[in-house]
Design a protein around this ligand. Structure first.
Ligand code: MG
Length: 339
């Protein structure tokens, strides 16, 4: 008998968090616990309004899930195939359950998840730290607060991009990655902005144009002086092949892929296609960020700061030491309730 339960977790942002689409002060995650054989696995999903998700829709989906036909949470492939077939979408609810299954499985083996996957050692990637859209003054203040982090990820896609980047660049020579979140509406506008960003020493650009304009991306890729990383265009495994001619790399998030099982397959496929791999996140507690940090051991870039933007994280797990991601040597995802 596998029992599982779910509950909301309301997370408050340290600062109101803005991207090209919206600004928020708090976000509600869904926490899933899977219990079997005296072992509890935990997972978290962050419902994303971009994909029509809210906590209530995630909970309504999880209410339909019945695991009585499965013998063990270790049957992750079987359980997730059943869960995927129940209803389309609700990726964050699926990610929460998938992560709880992975946590349970690796805990049952008594080892960290990455070791259960056969990864021998951690790569200790430097994570970027995200500067959300705000007034230039506040973005400059956030840049100051980001002193412990070695790479900045700056949200752009408004008519103040030049002012913002110039202000941040005047304060620091750290690598800057830029995320337009679909904010530039034509390929000509995107190319103009990217050429300017290259002159400011930006490392790469995430999702320059709306996902619906994928057909225009090969034009942009052929001309862009900077690598282009797909985010809103890259949800699941079946998206990856179509991105080879349009982008240089992909941003995998468990809240888009529906979990670690799919995310890991995407990372391996991207490698086969010669695409670089970035592991990103939503704003979450340490549960989801620790889960993603195991995937980041297969990646070139990590953007796993979602828990650092939150002021009331009840969990501890992944650490950021000298800007580098370090997973504790605990079984499973490596998370526990903060003492
Ligand atoms: Mg992004």
């Amino acid at each position: 008998m596998i029992s599982f339960e779910y509950a909301p977790l309301v997370l408050q942002f340290r600062h109101p968090f803005g991207i090209s689409r919206w600004t928020r002060t708090e976000t509600t995650s869904v926490i899933v616990r899977v219990i079997h054989d005296g072992i509890e696995g935990i997972g978290e999903g962050s419902p994303n309004p971009r994909y029509g998700e809210r906590y209530d829709s995630a909970a309504a989906f999880l209410r339909q899930v019945d695991l009585s036909g499965f013998i063990s949470p270790a049957d992750i492939e079987g359980i997730m195939a059943y869960v995927d077939a129940l209803a389309p979408g609700e990726w964050s609810a699926k990610a929460a359950l998938d992560s709880a299954l992975h946590d349970w499985w690796a805990k049952s083996l008594g080892i960290p998840l990455y070791k259960a996957w056969g990864i021998a050692a951690q790569n200790h990637l430097v994570t970027s730290f995200t500067i959300g859209i705000d007034t230039t003054e506040v973005m400059v203040e956030k840049t100051r607060e980001a002193a412990p982090y070695g790479i900045l990820k700056v949200k752009v896609g408004t008519d103040r991009d030049h002012e913002t980047i110039a202000a941040i660049r005047s304060m620091t020579d750290k690598p800057i990655r830029v995320d337009a979140n679909e904010g530039w509406k034509t390929k000509e506008e995107a190319l103009d902005r990217i050429e300017w960003l290259a002159s400011e020493g930006v490392e790469f650009v995430e999702q320059p144009m709306p996902a619906a304009q994928l057909a225009e991306m090969p034009w942009l890729k052929a001309r862009s002086p900077l690598p282009l990383i797909a985010d809103e265009n890259c949800g699941r495994l079946h998206d990856v092949d179509a991105l080879q001619d349009a982008f240089h790399g992909i941003n995998i998030k468990i809240d888009k892929s529906g979990g670690l099982l799919e995310g890991r397959k995407m990372a391996l496929r991207a490698r086969e296609l010669g695409l670089s791999v970035m592991i990103g996140c939503m704003s979450s507690s340490s549960v989801a960020i620790s889960a993603a940090a195991h995937l980041a051991l297969l990646a070139d870039y990590a953007d796993l700061d979602g828990h650092l933007l939150v002021g009331n994280d009840p969990y501890e797990g992944i650490l950021v030491q000298d800007g580098r991601l370090v997973l504790p040597d605990w079984p499973g995802l490596g998370v526990q309730l903060r003492a």
